[in-house]
Design a protein around this ligand. Sequence first.
Ligand SMILES: [Cu+2]
Length: 280
Amino acid sequence: MGFWVTHPKGKHPLIETVDRDFCFLLNAYDIDPGSATPSVNTMLDFNLWTWNSRAFPGIDSLNVRLNDRVRIRIGNLTMTNHPIHLHGVEFEVTGTDGGPTPKGSRWPEVTTDIAVGQMRQVEFLADEEGDWAFHCHKSHHTMNAMGHGVPTMIGVDHTGLAGKISKLVPDYMVMGERGMADMAEMAMPLPDNTLPMMTGQGPFGPIEMGGMFTVMKVRREQKRGDYSDPGWFRHPPGTVAREVGGMVAEPVRAPQAASPQGTPNDVEVTVRKPAGHAGH
Ligand SMILES: [Cu+2]
């Protein structure tokens, strides 16, 4: 698969010079788990969503130097739209299939929808350090091979069920009792030639992503023109969200006030407040 990029010969008033330039072609396939042959007659219900024919975590990160001006060109070869979303910065759509957009027509965005057969070019200043998710905003496009024709099982008690079914279907695993996040941590046996549904790892563990997903890594130390992966971002102390531990329920008596009859309002409320301040 190829991408044709025409560089302006001289200075074009609507084409800026950039420090980084990335190209993605969006593709989709319908390949039954275990099969080596795509179902070429599929029109809509694809099960593998890829960028440059790669699925996360097999898609390289976009490695950028802090304050680089960055251009990303995306062409959609699939049969559905893709709202492509970038965290951390705001971009402008600077080009379409028709060429560069007039400067007065540009506005800040974090998502741009790319229709079937369409091309979009976005640009931004990478002025925030960190690891920033870059993905299609259709949630099933950030998952690999999966069946959608299964009933919703949230809240259903599966106790004993898996054992009974696995007598008929070896390796059967119950899914969806508490939603789908559990799937990211399972090491489910897969047929050959199949991708796990969402297996990507982040610096804090599984991130429940596959398919059309990658990360833009903005680094102060990245050298000009160096596209190599700097590894996960080292967060400055005190900037990582965490669970507040040590919460206990404790009955608190509301302040007493005289009622019209002269008896106190005896209302008991339960509040939760931190029991300790360790680690604050
Ligand atoms: Cu998509």
